[in-house]
Design a protein around this ligand. Structure first.
Ligand SMILES: [Zn+2]
Length: 459
């Protein structure tokens, strides 16, 4: 983010000021007249019928395809000769593109020079990163959509916000003073570290949150969860009417995580699905339903034979990545669609659940792939497990690292937990429980519930 060596040596006041200055520059790229233009559009379109939303989607699709054929050599070669290629109804004629294909051909995919866009690096579990180039116009459109969603809970830039994300801005001096945050006073955003979420520090986080009184939380739910859990376990009451809404990012949230966070902070969480690649958005409404935002792209849910399905892998076409067109892109997530409708004013179709990364699974030769949703359900009927991480390095063995709350955890709960695992992975899998004091987060600052090191052994 900021040149590390210089930043580390500055006094705290200047570090905070530098963060404000950095944000000022970053925000200038996001906001401005074109941003307001997009905000207006999305605000006005909030009550459109499904039919009208689908019409917009068709037009945007057609526009994107024409643009990609004209400006991206890769797509020109790949799809220009397909009959009726711009028709959304015939999207299955277009090839599905994998992340690896995008990576290999990236030079031919870009439609604008690097200096004219903004680069977003995506991590990915293979460690190889992919550089998606966004046009400035698309950045504005994306932020307009996100902020329109957040504004439904009253949020806007400049409202006091606590941010929990993967940037490590702290110095050793801060740590000595038990300060785990930096503040952008210009925009009233306090950035809390997600790298120091340890029991001995959590009291400082809570006390500071109570004192700072942020109206909104944005960021990794795993960090927010740890703080809430600590507050509950130590009878630290979090005052009512402070937090108006929490917007989790980047990680999949489980039902129990959500309940605990909402209860402790006495507020509501509104989830979103997005990705650094620039995938189209899925936003949660007041009724707690996740709506596909058809104005942001096309969502296809496909089974293993690439046929449309209610549950399966998500293939996206994004209307906000003109710099790096993503057309029928296999993003690596699984979702399940819902066959019901929502009673809120948003008429976009709804999703039953987002099942998370396809990469996040355990493999059992007896029962096959066990996905993230099923893995988190091993906590059903179990009390006293604060968090766990499952690591697979062999086909026939998993290691489950567990952090327990000794006052609640008992043999009964252990039996249930193990039974839940056996129900999912079968009897022949060796399960090693390993009790630890803490499970560190990944380099990105995110918590990963699953670490699978044997993917190369499975199809
Ligand atoms: Zn709704």
């Amino acid at each position: 983010m900021i040149k590390d060596t210089i930043y580390q040596k500055l006094p705290n006041f200047f570090q905070n000021a530098l963060i404000s200055a950095f944000n000022f520059i970053a925000y200038r790229k996001r906001y401005g007249a074109k941003y307001l233009y997009y905000r207006e559009i999305f605000k006005n379109n909030e009550n459109l019928s499904l039919k009208d939303l689908q019409l917009i989607q068709k037009q945007k699709f057609s526009h994107l395809i024409q643009y990609a054929i004209k400006n991206s050599p890769f797509y020109h070669n790949k799809i220009a000769s397909i009959p009726s290629v711009t028709s959304l109804d015939l999207i299955e004629r277009l090839p599905i593109i994998t992340k690896e294909e995008i990576r290999k051909n990236i030079g031919d995919i870009y439609t604008i020079p690097k200096r004219k866009g903004l680069i977003s690096k995506t991590g990915g579990t293979t460690g190889k990163s992919l550089e998606i180039l966004f046009s400035i116009d698309n950045i504005k459109e994306r932020f307009a959509m996100i902020e329109n969603f957040r504004s439904q809970s009253g949020y806007q830039l400049g409202k006091k916000t606590a941010w929990f994300s993967g940037k490590n801005l702290l110095t050793s001096k801060d740590l000595k003073k038990n300060i785990f945050w930096k503040t952008d006073y210009l925009y009233k955003v306090r950035y809390y570290s997600t790298f120091h979420v340890k029991k001995k520090y959590l009291e400082y986080y809570i006390n500071d949150l109570i004192e700072y009184k942020p109206e909104y939380f944005v960021g990794f739910p795993s960090t927010i969860y740890e703080i809430a859990k600590y507050g509950i376990d130590n009878n630290i009451d979090f005052p009512k009417n402070i937090v108006k809404a929490i917007f989790p990012t980047a990680e999949t949230i489980t039902k129990s995580t959500r309940e605990l966070i909402e209860t402790y902070f006495k507020t509501q969480m509104y989830d979103q699905y997005a990705s650094s690649e620039g995938a189209p958005f899925i936003f949660e409404c007041k009724n707690k339903n996740m709506h596909l935002e058809l104005q942001s792209g096309v969502f296809e849910v496909l089974d293993d034979d690439d046929n449309p399905s209610m549950e399966g892998r998500l293939v996206v076409t994004s209307f906000t990545t003109y710099g790096t067109p993503l057309i029928r892109y296999d993003i690596g997530d699984r979702i399940e669609l819902s066959d019901t409708t929502c009673t809120c004013n948003n008429k976009n179709p709804i999703v039953k659940q987002i099942l998370g990364r396809i990469d996040d699974y355990i493999y059992s030769s007896e029962t096959g792939k066990i996905n993230l949703g099923n893995i988190s359900n091993t906590l059903k009927g179990v009390n006293g497990i604060v968090k766990f991480q499952v690591i697979q390095k062999q086909l026939d063995k998993i290691v489950v690292k567990v952090v327990v709350d000794k006052e609640q955890y008992s043999e009964k709960h252990q039996k249930q937990f193990l039974k839940n695992w056996v129900d999912r992975v079968g009897k022949s899998m060796k399960i090693d429980l390993e009790f630890v004091d803490d499970i560190p987060v990944a380099n990105s600052g995110k918590f990963r519930m699953v670490k699978n090191h044997i993917k190369h052994l499975i199809d």
